[in-house]
Structure formats: structure tokens, C-alpha cells
Design a protein. Structure first.
Length: 265
């Protein structure tokens, strides 16, 4: 999905709230979004649906709340997205590619020109699970005071939405496509790099499943003792960000590995 106008660019930025327990936080988050020009709110398995209290806290952003999409899983919320950034308040056992808030805003706006992107926020008390964070290409952490880093959900949404808007305004003021380093692409073959360079989440999830199936076929992964192989592989591929053509190439390689393993048996 290409964002051909400035308004559609911001419409390509989705704010995803996972398993929110207090509907008032949904209203406050909607208010934080609208002040920064964002309108696409997705609620994943909320513990309670928005009600009058949520509407009151939205303070004029009731349209954002009323138009919020409710889905059952995070996978469903981000299926069409080409870039997903998950918020994390603490270090994890397995490090993941990290973005600073300012860099997060830049990257989201940059890639929202080509496809939907998502900024994912977790539960008020515990944030996102490790499995949910592994569905994200990058993690972002707000560098709050380590002695008192208590940010509520709406504050976190406001802070990162502000970074998105700051980057959006910069993109309007200058020829951003020519000035940003990420747009400088060196072709490695005769084919041109297309506008939709990166695959959406559905396609990368199919790649991960194909990897797991192939590695089980060769015996590299033992189903009864899988260990952290797939988690580490996800981290490696998320760090590399293979484009659409590279994903197709990897799946072709995996298919040939599967055929060779089956013929050997």
C-alpha cells in the first residue's frame, strides 16, 4: 500500500494496544494519538471494551476510539504491515535490534510511504511477552529516568507518537527521499529494487515456518528439544531485514534442502 499523500502517510501508521486492562487508558491513548495526527488504533484482545469512561478520557478524540479495530491476536493486527516496532521497558534475555525513540519515528515515517507500519504497546502491568516481541522487527525503549521510569500507557503512546509527528513534519519540509541514507540502494543485479522492497509480516511468518519445517526435515531441529534455534534465527533475519526477492530466494533454497533431505531418506 503506497502513501501518495501526507494524510495517507499518517494513516499508514497503526498504534496497536495489546490486552489493555483499563478502558480509560484506551481513551487517553486515543487522545494522545489525535494530537499528533494519528488515527489508526487497533485493540488486541482488550480485557474490557471502550465505554463511557474511555470516551470521557479521549477528550475530543472519540472518533479515533469509535473507529478502533478490535482483533483477537497480535498476528492479526500486524499481518498487513511491512514494519513492526514493539515497545519494551526492560532488557530481555535475548537481545533484539533496538531503536531510539527519535530513530523509531524516522523509520516508521520512512517506511509508511510504502506500506502500513505498526507501533505495538503491551499490557499496563507487564508489557509485551517475549513471543509477542519476537513478532517485531525492532524494539524501542523510552530512555526514562532509571530511578523512576514509571510511564503509563498513554504517556508512552504520546511520547512515541510525538516522534512520529516530528519525523513526518521533517519529511514535509525537505526532499526527504533524497536526503535519507536508507533510500540509497546499490543494486546487486540487473533488476530494479521495487517500491515494496520489504515483505509484509504474513510473508515473513511463512518464511520462519518454512525454515522450521526444513530444519526438522534435516534433523537440525529435534521436535522434542527445539531449544532457541528459531528464536535466534528470527533475531538474525529481523536484523538483516531481507527484502521480497531475498525472501523468495531463501524459500527456494529451503525447498531444495527439503527435496534433497527427502530423496536421501
Amino acid at each position: 500500500m503506497s502513501a501518495s499523500t501526507s494524510s495517507s502517510l499518517l494513516d499508514n501508521v497503526r498504534i496497536v494496544l495489546v490486552n489493555t486492562s483499563d478502558c480509560r487508558n484506551m481513551g487517553s491513548a486515543a487522545r494522545a494519538m489525535k494530537t499528533m495526527g494519528l488515527s489508526q488504533l487497533i485493540l488486541v484482545d482488550p480485557q474490557e471494551m471502550p465505554n463511557g469512561q474511555a470516551q470521557a478520557l479521549s477528550a475530543g478524540a472519540s472518533d479515533v476510539l469509535a473507529n478502533a479495530k478490535v482483533v483477537a491476536t497480535l498476528e492479526e493486527a500486524i499481518a498487513e504491515c511491512g514494519l513492526v516496532v514493539g515497545t519494551s521497558a526492560r532488557s530481555r534475555t535475548l537481545p533484539w535490534p533496538m531503536l531510539e525513540p527519535r530513530g523509531c519515528g524516522v523509520k516508521l515515517v520512512d517506511e509508511a510511504k510504502n506500506f502500513p507500519v505498526a507501533l505495538v504497546f503491551g499490557r499496563e502491568s507487564s508489557g509485551l511477552t517475549n513471543d509477542e516481541l519476537q513478532l517485531c522487527h525492532f524494539h524501542v525503549q523510552i530512555p526514562a529516568n532509571p530511578e523512576y521510569s514509571s510511564l503509563n500507557l498513554a504517556m508512552a503512546v504520546q511520547t512515541l507518537s510525538y516522534e512520529v509527528r516530528t519525523s513526518y513534519l521533517l519529511a514535509q519540509e525537505q526532499d526527504y527521499k533524497k536526503s535519507k541514507p536508507v533510500q540509497t540502494v546499490v543494486a546487486t543485479d540487473s533488476e530494479d529494487v521495487g517500491e515494496d522492497e520489504y515483505p509484509i509480516i504474513e510473508d515473513t511468518e511463512r518464511l520462519y515456518q518454512h525454515f522450521e519445517d526444513a530444519l526438522k526435515t534435516t534433523g537440525f531441529i529435534v521436535p522434542s528439544h527445539p531449544g532457541l534455534i528459531m528464536t535466534k534465527l528470527r533475531r538474525l533475519l529481523n536484523r538483516a531485514r531481507p527484502d521480497v526477492k531475498e525472501v523468495k530466494m531463501l524459500r527456494g533454497i529451503l525447498a531444495s534442502v527439503e527435496r534433497a533431505a527427502k530423496n536421501k531418506n
